[in-house]
Write a protein that binds this ligand. Structure first.
Ligand code: UDP
Length: 255
Protein backbone atom coordinates (compact mmCIF):
# COMPACT_ATOMS: atom_id res chain seq x y z
CA UNK A 1 0.00 0.00 0.00
CA UNK A 2 1.41 3.39 -0.97
CA UNK A 3 1.40 6.21 1.53
CA UNK A 4 0.74 8.73 -1.21
CA UNK A 5 -2.18 8.01 -3.45
CA UNK A 6 -2.74 8.92 -7.06
CA UNK A 7 -6.19 10.50 -7.28
CA UNK A 8 -8.27 11.57 -10.25
CA UNK A 9 -7.65 15.14 -11.36
CA UNK A 10 -10.35 17.64 -12.36
CA UNK A 11 -9.21 17.24 -15.95
CA UNK A 12 -7.66 14.30 -17.69
CA UNK A 13 -4.58 13.16 -15.76
CA UNK A 14 -3.83 11.82 -12.32
CA UNK A 15 -2.82 13.93 -9.37
CA UNK A 16 -0.43 12.99 -6.61
CA UNK A 17 -1.43 13.69 -3.02
CA UNK A 18 1.16 15.08 -0.65
CA UNK A 19 0.04 15.57 2.94
CA UNK A 20 -3.53 16.29 1.89
CA UNK A 21 -2.83 18.46 -1.19
CA UNK A 22 -3.08 17.03 -4.70
CA UNK A 23 -0.39 18.08 -7.20
CA UNK A 24 -0.23 17.69 -10.96
CA UNK A 25 2.88 15.62 -11.61
CA UNK A 26 4.10 17.78 -14.49
CA UNK A 27 7.51 19.02 -15.53
CA UNK A 28 7.83 22.65 -16.61
CA UNK A 29 7.08 21.94 -20.27
CA UNK A 30 3.95 19.93 -19.46
CA UNK A 31 2.75 22.53 -16.96
CA UNK A 32 3.22 25.35 -19.49
CA UNK A 33 1.42 23.41 -22.18
CA UNK A 34 -1.52 22.66 -19.85
CA UNK A 35 -1.64 26.32 -18.77
CA UNK A 36 -1.73 27.52 -22.40
CA UNK A 37 -4.50 25.04 -23.21
CA UNK A 38 -6.53 26.35 -20.23
CA UNK A 39 -5.84 29.94 -21.30
CA UNK A 40 -7.29 29.25 -24.73
CA UNK A 41 -10.52 27.90 -23.19
CA UNK A 42 -11.15 31.20 -21.33
CA UNK A 43 -13.24 29.47 -18.69
CA UNK A 44 -11.87 31.27 -15.62
CA UNK A 45 -9.30 28.57 -14.85
CA UNK A 46 -6.63 29.24 -12.24
CA UNK A 47 -3.19 27.94 -11.27
CA UNK A 48 -1.87 27.54 -7.73
CA UNK A 49 1.76 26.97 -6.81
CA UNK A 50 1.84 25.51 -3.28
CA UNK A 51 5.06 25.41 -1.28
CA UNK A 52 5.33 23.52 2.06
CA UNK A 53 3.97 26.55 3.92
CA UNK A 54 0.78 26.54 1.82
CA UNK A 55 0.38 22.75 2.13
CA UNK A 56 0.67 23.14 5.88
CA UNK A 57 -1.81 26.05 5.95
CA UNK A 58 -4.37 23.85 4.14
CA UNK A 59 -4.55 21.62 7.23
CA UNK A 60 -6.46 24.20 9.21
CA UNK A 61 -7.79 26.60 6.59
CA UNK A 62 -10.78 24.94 4.90
CA UNK A 63 -11.31 27.78 2.40
CA UNK A 64 -7.69 27.55 1.24
CA UNK A 65 -7.85 23.75 1.05
CA UNK A 66 -10.96 23.96 -1.14
CA UNK A 67 -9.44 26.69 -3.35
CA UNK A 68 -6.30 24.57 -3.92
CA UNK A 69 -8.29 21.37 -4.51
CA UNK A 70 -10.48 23.10 -7.11
CA UNK A 71 -7.58 24.71 -8.98
CA UNK A 72 -7.18 23.68 -12.61
CA UNK A 73 -3.41 23.33 -12.32
CA UNK A 74 -1.43 22.68 -9.11
CA UNK A 75 2.36 22.79 -9.40
CA UNK A 76 5.03 22.21 -6.76
CA UNK A 77 6.70 25.56 -6.16
CA UNK A 78 8.98 24.73 -3.22
CA UNK A 79 11.91 22.31 -3.12
CA UNK A 80 10.37 21.13 0.18
CA UNK A 81 7.40 19.70 -1.71
CA UNK A 82 9.80 17.77 -3.96
CA UNK A 83 11.64 16.35 -0.90
CA UNK A 84 8.31 15.57 0.80
CA UNK A 85 7.10 13.66 -2.29
CA UNK A 86 10.35 11.66 -2.37
CA UNK A 87 10.11 10.84 1.33
CA UNK A 88 6.54 9.67 0.80
CA UNK A 89 7.63 7.32 -1.98
CA UNK A 90 5.97 8.97 -4.98
CA UNK A 91 8.41 11.50 -6.38
CA UNK A 92 7.18 14.38 -8.50
CA UNK A 93 8.93 14.94 -11.84
CA UNK A 94 10.45 18.30 -10.94
CA UNK A 95 9.99 21.57 -9.14
CA UNK A 96 7.90 24.04 -11.16
CA UNK A 97 8.49 27.47 -9.59
CA UNK A 98 5.51 29.76 -10.18
CA UNK A 99 7.75 32.61 -11.34
CA UNK A 100 9.34 30.38 -14.01
CA UNK A 101 5.99 29.01 -15.18
CA UNK A 102 4.73 32.60 -15.39
CA UNK A 103 7.79 33.55 -17.45
CA UNK A 104 7.12 30.66 -19.86
CA UNK A 105 3.60 32.02 -20.36
CA UNK A 106 4.96 35.55 -20.91
CA UNK A 107 7.05 34.18 -23.81
CA UNK A 108 3.94 32.66 -25.41
CA UNK A 109 1.90 35.85 -24.82
CA UNK A 110 4.66 37.98 -26.30
CA UNK A 111 4.68 35.90 -29.49
CA UNK A 112 0.96 36.32 -30.08
CA UNK A 113 0.49 39.86 -28.71
CA UNK A 114 -1.48 38.56 -25.71
CA UNK A 115 -2.89 40.68 -22.88
CA UNK A 116 -1.56 40.61 -19.31
CA UNK A 117 -3.14 42.13 -16.19
CA UNK A 118 -1.12 42.53 -12.98
CA UNK A 119 -2.99 42.54 -9.66
CA UNK A 120 -1.26 42.73 -6.30
CA UNK A 121 1.57 44.06 -4.14
CA UNK A 122 1.92 47.53 -2.68
CA UNK A 123 0.84 50.61 -4.66
CA UNK A 124 3.24 51.36 -7.53
CA UNK A 125 4.83 47.89 -7.62
CA UNK A 126 2.60 46.39 -10.34
CA UNK A 127 3.39 49.39 -12.60
CA UNK A 128 7.15 48.93 -12.05
CA UNK A 129 6.81 45.19 -12.71
CA UNK A 130 4.86 46.03 -15.89
CA UNK A 131 7.81 48.14 -17.15
CA UNK A 132 10.25 45.27 -16.63
CA UNK A 133 7.93 42.71 -18.22
CA UNK A 134 7.26 44.98 -21.23
CA UNK A 135 11.01 45.51 -21.65
CA UNK A 136 11.72 41.77 -21.65
CA UNK A 137 8.63 40.67 -23.59
CA UNK A 138 7.83 43.50 -25.99
CA UNK A 139 4.93 41.67 -27.67
CA UNK A 140 2.87 41.58 -24.45
CA UNK A 141 0.12 44.16 -24.02
CA UNK A 142 -0.18 45.14 -20.36
CA UNK A 143 -3.92 45.77 -20.20
CA UNK A 144 -4.14 46.83 -16.56
CA UNK A 145 -2.51 47.01 -13.13
CA UNK A 146 -3.88 47.36 -9.60
CA UNK A 147 -2.35 47.12 -6.14
CA UNK A 148 -3.35 44.34 -3.78
CA UNK A 149 -4.68 46.42 -0.89
CA UNK A 150 -8.23 47.01 -2.15
CA UNK A 151 -11.23 46.69 0.18
CA UNK A 152 -13.97 46.00 -2.35
CA UNK A 153 -13.66 43.30 -5.06
CA UNK A 154 -16.33 44.78 -7.34
CA UNK A 155 -14.48 47.75 -8.93
CA UNK A 156 -11.40 45.54 -9.46
CA UNK A 157 -13.46 42.81 -11.12
CA UNK A 158 -15.16 45.38 -13.38
CA UNK A 159 -11.78 46.76 -14.49
CA UNK A 160 -10.38 43.29 -15.14
CA UNK A 161 -13.47 42.20 -17.09
CA UNK A 162 -13.37 45.34 -19.23
CA UNK A 163 -9.70 44.65 -20.03
CA UNK A 164 -10.37 40.92 -20.74
CA UNK A 165 -6.78 39.73 -20.18
CA UNK A 166 -5.42 36.44 -21.48
CA UNK A 167 -3.44 36.11 -18.26
CA UNK A 168 -4.15 37.65 -14.85
CA UNK A 169 -1.43 37.47 -12.18
CA UNK A 170 -3.01 37.51 -8.71
CA UNK A 171 -0.21 38.39 -6.29
CA UNK A 172 -1.93 38.89 -2.92
CA UNK A 173 0.09 36.34 -0.90
CA UNK A 174 -1.28 33.04 0.43
CA UNK A 175 -3.99 32.24 1.41
CA UNK A 176 -5.66 35.44 0.15
CA UNK A 177 -4.81 34.96 -3.54
CA UNK A 178 -5.98 31.32 -3.74
CA UNK A 179 -9.27 32.11 -1.96
CA UNK A 180 -9.77 35.23 -4.12
CA UNK A 181 -9.29 33.31 -7.38
CA UNK A 182 -11.58 30.47 -6.28
CA UNK A 183 -14.33 32.85 -5.17
CA UNK A 184 -14.22 35.13 -8.21
CA UNK A 185 -13.34 32.70 -11.03
CA UNK A 186 -16.95 32.29 -12.25
CA UNK A 187 -17.34 36.08 -12.66
CA UNK A 188 -14.01 36.87 -14.31
CA UNK A 189 -13.53 37.35 -18.03
CA UNK A 190 -9.95 36.06 -18.18
CA UNK A 191 -8.04 33.39 -20.08
CA UNK A 192 -6.17 32.11 -17.04
CA UNK A 193 -5.22 33.30 -13.54
CA UNK A 194 -2.10 32.48 -11.56
CA UNK A 195 -1.60 33.04 -7.83
CA UNK A 196 2.03 34.14 -7.63
CA UNK A 197 2.76 35.64 -4.19
CA UNK A 198 5.69 38.03 -4.23
CA UNK A 199 6.45 37.74 -7.96
CA UNK A 200 5.51 41.36 -8.77
CA UNK A 201 8.04 42.51 -6.16
CA UNK A 202 10.70 40.46 -7.97
CA UNK A 203 9.84 41.92 -11.41
CA UNK A 204 9.68 45.40 -9.89
CA UNK A 205 13.19 44.85 -8.47
CA UNK A 206 12.21 45.49 -4.83
CA UNK A 207 12.88 41.84 -3.90
CA UNK A 208 15.86 39.91 -5.31
CA UNK A 209 15.45 36.32 -6.41
CA UNK A 210 18.23 33.90 -5.39
CA UNK A 211 21.07 33.54 -7.92
CA UNK A 212 20.67 30.59 -10.29
CA UNK A 213 23.40 28.57 -8.53
CA UNK A 214 21.39 28.72 -5.26
CA UNK A 215 18.19 27.82 -7.13
CA UNK A 216 19.90 24.77 -8.69
CA UNK A 217 21.07 23.62 -5.26
CA UNK A 218 17.50 23.90 -3.95
CA UNK A 219 18.56 26.70 -1.60
CA UNK A 220 16.26 29.48 -2.76
CA UNK A 221 14.48 29.31 0.61
CA UNK A 222 17.80 29.90 2.44
CA UNK A 223 18.61 32.91 0.27
CA UNK A 224 15.19 34.43 1.02
CA UNK A 225 15.69 33.76 4.72
CA UNK A 226 19.10 35.49 4.72
CA UNK A 227 17.64 38.50 2.85
CA UNK A 228 14.49 38.64 5.03
CA UNK A 229 15.22 37.03 8.44
CA UNK A 230 11.67 37.90 9.51
CA UNK A 231 10.50 35.00 7.29
CA UNK A 232 11.80 32.53 9.90
CA UNK A 233 8.32 32.21 11.45
CA UNK A 234 6.95 31.14 8.06
CA UNK A 235 9.89 28.93 7.11
CA UNK A 236 9.77 26.95 10.32
CA UNK A 237 6.92 25.10 8.59
CA UNK A 238 9.41 23.53 6.15
CA UNK A 239 11.04 21.14 8.71
CA UNK A 240 7.62 20.52 10.28
CA UNK A 241 6.29 19.56 6.82
CA UNK A 242 9.24 17.20 6.18
CA UNK A 243 8.86 15.59 9.61
CA UNK A 244 5.16 15.03 8.90
CA UNK A 245 6.11 13.34 5.60
CA UNK A 246 8.61 11.09 7.42
CA UNK A 247 5.96 10.28 10.06
CA UNK A 248 3.41 9.40 7.39
CA UNK A 249 5.91 7.18 5.60
CA UNK A 250 6.83 5.32 8.80
CA UNK A 251 3.17 4.84 9.74
CA UNK A 252 2.42 3.64 6.21
CA UNK A 253 5.25 1.06 6.36
CA UNK A 254 3.88 -0.40 9.57
CA UNK A 255 0.50 -1.04 7.95
N1 UDP B 1 -0.06 41.44 -0.67
C1 UDP B 1 -1.12 42.10 -1.28
N2 UDP B 1 -2.27 42.29 -0.57
C2 UDP B 1 -2.42 41.84 0.71
C3 UDP B 1 -1.34 41.13 1.32
C4 UDP B 1 -0.17 40.94 0.58
O1 UDP B 1 -1.03 42.52 -2.43
O2 UDP B 1 -3.48 42.04 1.30
C5 UDP B 1 1.16 41.25 -1.45
C6 UDP B 1 2.43 41.72 -0.78
O3 UDP B 1 2.57 43.12 -0.95
C7 UDP B 1 3.46 40.92 -1.56
C8 UDP B 1 2.73 39.61 -1.85
O4 UDP B 1 1.35 39.87 -1.65
O5 UDP B 1 3.75 41.55 -2.77
C9 UDP B 1 3.12 38.46 -0.93
O6 UDP B 1 4.47 38.26 -0.99
P1 UDP B 1 5.19 37.08 -0.22
O7 UDP B 1 6.65 37.32 -0.37
O8 UDP B 1 4.63 36.92 1.15
O9 UDP B 1 4.71 35.85 -1.06
P2 UDP B 1 5.48 34.49 -1.40
O10 UDP B 1 6.19 34.75 -2.69
O11 UDP B 1 6.35 34.15 -0.26
O12 UDP B 1 4.32 33.54 -1.57
Amino acid sequence: MLFISALPEKGDTLRTEILGVEFDNFNMEEAASKALELMKQRSGAYVVTPNPEIVWMCRDNAALKEAVAEADLVVADGIGVIYGARILGTPLKERVPGIDLGTELFKALSEKGGKLYLLGAKPGIAEKAAETISGRFPGIKICGTADGYFKDDEPIIEKINAAAPDLLLVCLGAPKQEIWMHKNAPRLNVGLMMGLGGVLDVFAGTVQRAPESWQKLGLEWLYRLIRQPSRIKRMIKLPVFLLAAIGQRIRGKKK
